[in-house]
Write a protein that binds this ligand. Structure first.
Ligand code: DX5
Ligand code: ZN
Length: 216
């Protein structure tokens, strides 16, 4: 299991040091939650902040866009050094166009679905995706409870990916913790985002090691 700590739960007054801390603790990706106060009822940070943080680590930047019009900002996030860009099928941008913009910039594209969205929404694009992000909470805030009833979506997508001979990874985001990660692993999840479960613990390495061990 790969672990992508969500920096949403870090100490923002020490943003750069927090990235270095979880890098050294064994984080696989840095999950960066971008919110616009419109697609979700919360605001975080944008491309300029990500650009300044890019050289804090060599680990991939996994940028999760929870914004209404992602197509308008793909160039900015690509320039900021995003390795993966996830955006939501529920956004107002054209999905095909937005994927094209990401592909043209040589960034790995990912599509995210909210709890109320069927996995069929990503099916037409599956062969173009590096990753599918299945939200296991309503996007907007860290610290919410994991929704185990999202696991059939993961199973559906894993089956579809295998049948089509694709390499697409499946990520879950929201409520991943010691008592929920095994459920995600059993469903076939490849990457778990974890905010509270990493930054809420004193020892980030122990937190990441424990989460990984619980998947074996
Ligand atoms: C929620 C964000 C998540 C969030 C996860 O909208 O996309 O990445 O930070 O936080 P936890 O792991 O605390 O649920
Ligand atoms: Zn996220």
């Amino acid at each position: 299991m790969l672990i992508a700590p969500s920096l949403l739960s870090c100490d923002f007054s020490r943003f750069r040091d927090e990235i270095i801390r979880v890098d050294e603790a064994g984080a696989d990706y840095m999950h960066l939650d971008v919110m616009d106060g419109h697609f979700v009822p919360n605001l975080t940070f944008g491309a300029p902040v990500i650009k300044k943080l890019r050289n804090a680590t060599k680990k991939p930047f996994d940028v999760h866009l929870m914004i209404s019009e992602p197509h308008r900002y793909i160039g900015d996030f690509a320039n900021a050094g995003a390795d993966i860009i996830s955006f939501h099928t529920e956004c107002d941008s054209d999905v095909d166009l937005t994927l094209k913009l990401i592909e043209e910039r040589g960034v790995k594209p990912a599509l995210a679905i909210k709890p109320g969205t069927s996995p069929e929404a990503v099916q037409p694009y599956l062969d173009r995706l590096f990753m599918v992000l299945v939200m296991t909470v309503e996007p907007g805030f860290g610290g919410q409870s994991f929704m185990p009833d999202m696991m059939p979506k993961v199973e559906f997508l894993k089956k579809e990916i295998a049948e089509r001979g694709l390499q697409t990874l499946v990520q879950v985001d929201g409520g991943i913790a010691k008592d929920t990660i095994a459920t995600a692993a059993k469903a076939g999840v490849d990457i778990c985002v974890a905010g509270t479960a990493v930054f809420g613990e004193k020892d980030a390495k122990e937190a990441i090691d424990t989460l990984k061990a619980l998947c074996e």
